[in-house]
Design a binder for this molecule. Structure first.
Ligand SMILES: Nc1nc2c(ncn2[C@@H]2O[C@H](COP(=O)(O)OP(=O)(O)OP(=O)(O)O)[C@@H](O)[C@H]2O)c(=O)[nH]1
Ligand SMILES: [Mg+2]
Length: 282
């Protein structure tokens, strides 16, 4: 399945981030815990190469603790600062403010020696829909930024101040202009980081079913009360359609509706807590 989504607003966003780099002390790189590796965008290297980085494994509530630990260890072994976050329910503010202050200790000291009263400024970056804006709202304790359960919600830059001398810059999610690795592109599409409108939903659902043939098969079979996943493509959809009541007159399968249901079921955790990328598979 060919996946590409790099509209003009992403080029603009990347340019804006580059311009804003001089204004910030560090980068907060928000990843979706379900696919941390796929969420790494080489286009952000120009930003992260120049400033200290805090990686955030966001949406940690959507994965198993042991998978999360593997990723925390992966980053730690590389000497990267990385934390897990649940931006919907987590109480992570004090911890993150402390980490940001540690990460920027040198800059803070520089400001102090100059007698300047300056905040620590962090640019929040990530591919679309990883929860950047929600993460910021969680830290500031109010809905200062606009959020939404689809890719491409934030379109401009927005500064948000936290009371304790930290300022965060929300940015629009950006994808790479092209994907070298189809698996990474697929994982991003599964988690809703690629706008659904640019995807063929039936192809996406088929890719998802193929994923379940090799991973978490039991969860898929249980969800649709199946004994096995049929080998034939049409029969795969028929099996799900019959289970969900999406058959049309004359025994025809409502492919569009069935495909949508599979994709939505995945995104609503109906197959359980699934981590698509694991460090041992890299
Ligand atoms: N379960 C869960 N959902 C989250 C978490 N953080 C964000 N979300 C949800 O993820 C969706 C996307 O959140 P946003 O904050 O709009 O994501 P974003 O990265 O700012 O997206 P763009 O602006 O499009 O790049 C929303 O439906 C949020 O409620 C989290 O920690 N856990
Ligand atoms: Mg946003």
């Amino acid at each position: 399945m060919r996946i590409q989504w790099f509209p003009g607003h992403m080029t603009k966003a990347l340019r804006m981030m580059q311009e804003q780099l001089v204004q910030v002390d560090c980068i907060i790189y928000v990843l979706d815990s379900r696919a941390p590796f796929s969420c790494l965008n080489p286009k952000f290297d120009a930003l992260t190469g120049k400033k200290p980085v805090l990686f955030v494994l966001n949406k940690c509530d959507l994965v198993e603790r042991e998978d999360l630990e593997k990723w925390l260890k992966y980053f730690a072994l590389r000497g990267e600062k990385c934390i897990a976050a649940d931006s919907l329910n987590g109480r992570q503010r004090d911890n993150i403010v402390n980490i940001l202050k540690q990460l920027n200790a040198a800059v803070i000291e520089k400001y102090r020696l100059k007698g300047a009263k300056k905040s620590v400024r962090a640019m929040v970056v990530g591919v679309p829909n990883t929860g950047k804006s929600t993460f910021i709202n969680n830290l500031c304790g109010s809905r200062k930024t606009v959020t939404g359960n689809k890719a491409g919600v934030t379109r401009g830059k927005q500064w948000v101040s936290l009371a304790d001398g930290v300022e965060l810059l929300d940015t629009p999610g950006s994808l790479p202009p092209a994907f070298e690795d189809e698996k990474r592109a697929l994982h991003l599409a599964f988690i809703g980081s690629v706008k659904d409108d640019v995807l063929d939903i039936e192809e996406l659902a088929l890719e998802m079913i193929l994923y379940f043939e090799n991973n978490h098969t039991d969860a898929f079979l249980k969800r649709y009360s199946l004994e096995e996943i049929p080998a034939d493509t049409e029969e795969k959809f028929r099996a799900v359609a019959q289970a969900r009541g999406f058959m049309l007159s004359g025994g025809r399968v409502d492919f569009a509706r069935t495909a949508r249901a599979v994709v939505d079921d995945f995104r609503k955790q109906k197959f359980g807590k699934i981590t698509l990328d694991l460090p041992e598979e890299l």
